[in-house]
Design a protein around this ligand. Structure first.
Ligand SMILES: [Zn+2]
Length: 66
């Protein structure tokens, strides 16, 4: 198989919005535990939970005021 020198053999990819790990759309290369939530792809349910908790903290801080 031949690859172009400056072009990855990947048509599309995404990064986990929480931890930034690279996720491939190609099912063969996709991280097995990817989770789709909020129309985004996360590397694992752990990151979905983590980001949800961060949002909760932000909301709580906003409501509490400073
Ligand atoms: Zn992640």
């Amino acid at each position: 198989m031949k690859f172009a020198p400056n072009r990855l053999y990947v048509e599309s990819y995404a990064k986990c919005p929480n931890c930034g790990i690279l996720l491939y759309e190609n099912p063969a290369n996709e991280v097995p535990e990817t989770v789709r939530a909020n129309s985004r792809i996360y590397c694992s349910a752990w990151c979905v939970d983590w980001e949800a908790e961060r949002e909760e903290r932000r909301r709580g801080a906003a409501e509490a005021g400073t």
